[in-house]
Design a protein around this ligand. Structure first.
Ligand SMILES: *Cc1c(COP(=O)(O)O)cnc(C)c1O
Length: 418
């Protein structure tokens, strides 16, 4: 073997030894409750397709029509070769949906965070974020060069301590303009399914005057009276400068977006590098997302969401009846209680892998999530429900879960995970 391959093989061996090796599985079917993985039929509890829209005819037909009319590819960045009707219509629908002046679509949620945080902050600024924020926010924070401060997961007191320190340092700070402070959190945490204390965070704004960015990746389309997300459910939307969402989860397509004031969107068009230097979303993905936004706002969308919460309630009640240990009590209760993401905390990485394997043998796909996606020693099976699951699907899963030993999520460690 040559030295390059030798070195890489050594590195991969350490992943294997630590139980952290990852491999792609071949999916031979659409994303739906029933999938074919590596040639085997499985019941799927892994996707973020909470409303079962990814394989819905409404989205597929919209995508096909857009391909017929606008082709398969967007050709280049929108600043170079123009915005197509599906992009403009999607953005106007997103602004309308979120109740903001404007919106901007990006090719992924990851690119949205990277471009937006980089457009708003530079080295003279400070970004303050939750310990368990998604990798795209962590990466964006590092890339933009701002000073990074991290508060303990959902700990508003710790957040306030940090804000107080920033405020005390601020007077006399050098630089061409006053320095900015951006607080970023997720409304629903991707690997825990729990909720940020949005009301309390928004209250801190009066005293500390920071800008607030909220990543609603796992809340868009399923929470709030108009399904706008947790900011709407908690009635704090007016206090958030930067609303972020993805089009890839409950929306069932792909891409990400920012919704907010028109000057924010104009600034992003001028400065967000992941928008400027990346080819526009395909007409098909923009059109599918647009169809999903319209669907979610319709009575059928309401029905679909109700079905999701029925499945969630079924699982919650049954797990409590069976005294399954992970039934959590540490979630921030307030604006919302229902979780479509249910982490079964296993702790040890090897144990999580064996749990996933046991379920797989019984025909269930529930992925093991390990470091660095979550902290070391906080490995888990991450179970998600969808409106497309039937009551029988959930019943079958419950039977299979009963054999698994898990531990209480309250003891989850807080070691860095990125
Ligand atoms: C999935 C996710 C993203 C990234 O979105 P993609 O569209 O998949 O790139 C961003 N933030 C959070 C919290 C997520 O869970």
């Amino acid at each position: 073997m040559n030295p390059f391959l030798e070195e890489l093989s050594r590195e991969l061996a350490t992943f294997r030894a630590a139980g952290l090796y990852r491999e792609l599985r071949h999916l031979g079917s659409p994303q739906s409750p029933r999938i074919e993985m590596n040639g085997r039929p499985l019941l799927n509890f892994s996707s973020n397709d909470y409303l079962g829209l990814a394989n819905d005819p409404v989205l597929k037909e919209a995508a096909c029509r857009a391909i017929e009319r606008f082709g398969a590819g967007a050709g280049a960045s929108r600043l170079v070769c123009g915005s197509m009707a599906p992009h403009a219509e999607l953005e106007s629908a997103l602004a309308d949906f979120k109740g903001t002046e404007a919106a901007l679509a990006f090719s992924s949620g990851y690119a949205t965070a990277l471009g937006t945080i980089g457009a708003l902050l530079g080295p003279s600024d400070t970004i303050v974020m939750d310990k368990r924020a998604h990798a795209c926010i962590i990466d964006a924070a590092q890339l933009c060069g701002a000073k990074l401060r991290i508060f303990r997961h959902n700990d508003v007191n710790h957040l306030e301590d940090i804000l107080r320190q920033i405020q005390q340092r601020a007077p006399g700070s050098p630089g061409p303009r006053h320095s900015r402070t951006l607080v970023v959190t997720e409304s629903v945490f991707s690997m825990d399914g729990d909720f940020a204390p949005l009301t309390a965070i928004a209250e801190l704004k009066q005293r500390y005057g920071f800008w607030l960015m909220l990543d609603e990746a796992h809340a868009t389309g399923i929470y709030g009276p108009h399904r706008r997300g947790m900011a709407e459910a908690c009635n704090v939307a007016g206090q958030i400068e930067v609303h972020m969402g993805t089009l890839s989860k409950a929306i069932g397509s792909s891409g990400g977006f920012i919704a907010g004031a028109r000057p924010l969107v104009s600034l992003l068009v001028n400065r967000a590098r992941s928008f400027i230097y990346s080819t526009a979303p395909t007409p098909a993905s923009a059109a599918a997302a647009l169809a999903a936004i319209r669907f979610i706002q319709s009575p059928s969308g309401d029905d679909r969401c109700q079905r999701l919460w029925q499945r969630v309630e079924q699982l919650r009640v049954e797990m409590a009846n069976r005294r399954m240990t992970w039934a959590r009590n540490d979630t921030i209760r307030g604006c919302e209680e229902r979780q479509a993401i249910i982490p079964l905390i296993m702790g040890d990485e090897g144990k999580a892998m064996r749990g996933a394997e046991t379920l797989l043998c019984q025909g269930f796909f529930v992925p093991a999530i390990r470091y660095p996606t979550v902290a070391r020693g906080a490995a888990r099976l991450r179970l998600t429900l969808s409106a497309a699951h039937t009551a029988d699907d959930v019943g079958a899963l419950l039977e299979a879960l009963e054999g698994l030993e898990t531990r209480n999520p309250n003891v989850q460690s807080e070691t860095p995970h990125a």
